[in-house]
Design a protein around this ligand. Structure first.
Ligand code: ADP
Ligand code: MG
Length: 605
């Protein structure tokens, strides 16, 4: 066979193989074009899961009559002109491939009216046929692209399409995802003539939240913490679901960089790291985050679907994401209940002291019952209680909550009763909550241990007689690599032999623990940590502390608490970071709002 140039129709059909895989990929290209055209309203009309029709109508800038044919030509684009433009791409498209590729594998009608034009123009095309001349069309400003019978001339591809339902699922997911990237655009999605959803344009925080609710569900937004952080030229906005609203899959993870939907491993793992402490390892966090950064520090032209990116400084982005998200999740319950936390979340350790003059101290309605069996208290709880007694100076007579007299109910309310020695029932402003005593206390103890250990002054105590830990050689090598880091945390180790480490000093807090076990746990948990991988080291230490908190000190289920103790626990919980979960990721408390209770009892209000 001799070498011949392929006809352009065939070239486009081959190219279509890369761009157009299914109806959802057609919709993606059309939506991106409508967004690039500056539209404010977009309508999506789907017929039969897109197998029959994918249509998009926008009110963007439109295409001039004389450019209609050009728009359908390969490598023709209005979005970039010179090579430098590639370095800072601000539009979604730039390859000039979508329209010609789609037209090669489906019947397409392109109708458009430019601003200022007297009427629109329309082109009808079928694969392999030369398009007729454009005809006048009565239409408002904007563009309408109708794509019918996808792949009807490419049976091999058509066979790969799934059922109507499956394709509709892909179409919707795609449309929701893109809609989340453009809060200022009103988007309607219809299937077979029925409107499935409508995402109105957001004007302010409240309308933004209702838009997100329309796109991701009411539950997500009801359980979300607002994010707003800025540092080193990076801006992070969005919503994080509280850990209790975790998912079995990573299906509710939406991330955007400079307005573009991105599914990147660096982002996913930074977010996973942020939730590591509050989520069971088998659960996935839910979030919607928008990252803004200098486009020059980012390469989006890595992948044909542009979902992966390359960062100039990946480490910086990773740390920024992890830290910001971690801080938002850690914000104590007082600042996340009711109104969302903003970026001003105080350093988590500052939140620990019970110094914020909680209502119970000054409130006359809150009085002491008298017979707390102190000897039975854990040190933490005892401290909290003595704190109360000291602040009050006089020990009140009767613990009695008179709701009328309570001026301001604290976020977690006042304890009413203990249920089977396991749960505390507390009445709150909105209804009631049930607290898992053991889980709650475990979190409190853990956060205190951490705050003290990571605090500025680690109290360190040399051991009179060094203790020895036996390890295998690989682990001993690993530990040796991070000795200076451990020393910063007050843990002084020396290599004693091939397989032994001597423990010479430990943080005072840890003196009473089984030190060799603690160190060997720590080393095992470190895994392959690099010498400068402070994050990994901190995480390993936190895990060891978590186990300690669980085994020691924590209130075991089944112990009787009186109201004063219960309330002390609630107040402590309010000011503890990450207090919504125990360190195994189980919730520490759940809310039974009056609304939820009313619904339960079918009581209308
Ligand atoms: P690209 O988006 O990569 O430029 P396309 O093949 O998707 O390539 O579109 C080609 C050109 O057609 C675009 O550059 C744009 O000028 C024009 N165009 C496509 N869709 C629209 C639209 N909805 N509104 C206005 N112009 C459009
Ligand atoms: Mg395009």
């Amino acid at each position: 066979m001799s070498i011949r140039q392929l006809p352009s129709h065939l070239i486009n059909q081959i190219a279509a193989g890369e761009v157009v895989e299914r109806p959802a990929s057609v919709l993606k290209e059309l939506l991106e074009n409508a967004i690039d055209a500056g539209s404010r309203h977009i309508r999506i009309n789907i017929q039969a899961g897109g197998l029959q029709r994918v249509e998009l109508i926008d009110d963007g800038c439109g295409i001039a009559q004389h450019e209609l044919v050009l728009a359908l030509t390969r490598h023709a684009t209005s979005k970039i002109q010179v090579a430098e433009d590639l370095e800072a791409i601000s539009s979604l498209g730039f390859r000039g491939e979508a329209l010609p590729s789609i037209a090669a594998v489906a019947d397409m009608q392109l109708a458009s009216r430019e601003a200022g034009a007297e009427h629109g123009w329309r082109l009808d095309m079928c694969p392999g046929e030369t398009p007729e001349a454009a005809r006048p069309e009565a239409m408002p400003q904007g563009t309408r692209v109708t794509v019918d019978n996808l792949f009807h001339q490419v049976p091999a591809r058509r066979r790969f399409l799934r059922t109507e339902r499956t394709e509709l699922g892909h179409l919707e997911t795609l449309a929701r995802r893109l809609a989340l990237s453009v809060p200022h655009i009103d988007i309607r999605f219809s299937h077979n003539g029925r409107e499935l959803w409508h995402a109105p344009a957001a004007q302010d925080e409240a309308t933004e939240e209702s838009r997100i609710a329309a796109l991701l569900g009411d539950d997500f937004i009801a359980n979300a913490i607002r994010l707003d952080y800025e540092a080193q030229g990076l801006v992070l906005r969005g919503y994080l679901a509280r850990p209790a609203f975790s998912r079995a899959q990573g299906d509710l993870q939406h991330s955007y960089i400079n307005g573009r939907y991105i599914r990147d491993r660096l982002i996913i793992s930074a977010m996973k790291a942020a939730y590591a402490e509050v989520l069971h390892y088998s659960r996935h966090p839910a979030y919607l985050i928008y990252l803004e950064m200098n486009p020059r520090q980012l390469d989006v032209n890595v992948h044909p679907t542009k979902q992966e990116v390359r960062f100039q400084d990946g480490r910086q982005v990773f740390d920024f994401l992890r830290r910001s998200a971690q801080q938002a999740i850690a914000a104590p319950v007082t600042s996340t209940l009711g109104q969302p936390a903003d970026g001003e979340v105080a350093d988590e350790h500052q939140a620990l002291p019970v110094a914020a003059a909680p209502a119970y101290r000054t409130n006359p309605a809150f009085q002491y019952q008298g017979s707390a069996n102190r000897s039975n208290l854990t040190p933490e709880l005892g401290q909290a209680l003595y704190g109360v007694a000291e602040a009050n100076n006089a020990v009140p007579e009767q613990l009695n909550i008179d709701q009328q007299a309570v001026a301001e109910t604290p976020p977690l309310g006042f304890a009413l009763a203990q249920i089977h020695g396991v749960y505390i029932l507390s009445q709150t402003e909105n209804g009631a909550i049930l607290v898992d005593m053991h889980a709650a206390h475990e979190r409190i103890v853990l956060e205190e241990l951490k705050a003290r250990l990571h605090g500025a002054r680690v109290q360190c105590q040399p051991l009179l007689v060094p203790q020895t830990v036996k390890l295998d050689r690989v682990s001993a090598d690993r530990a040796e690599a991070v000795l200076p880091l451990l020393e910063n945390l007050g843990l002084e180790l020396r290599r004693a032999s091939e397989t032994e480490l001597d423990i010479r000093a430990v943080p005072t807090l840890l003196v009473d623990y089984d030190l060799p076990t603690l160190v060997s746990d720590l080393v095992a948990d470190l895994g392959e940590a690099e010498a400068d991988d402070l994050h990994r080291l901190e995480a390993a230490i936190d895990r060891v502390l978590g186990n300690m908190a669980c085994k020691s000190g924590s209130v075991k289920a089944g112990r009787k608490l009186d109201k004063l103790e219960m309330n002390a626990l609630l107040r402590k919980l309010e000011t503890t970071p990450r207090s919504g979960q125990c360190n195994h990721g189980r919730p520490t408390w759940i809310e039974l709002s009056m609304e939820a209770l009313d619904r339960l009892f079918l009581r209308g209000r």
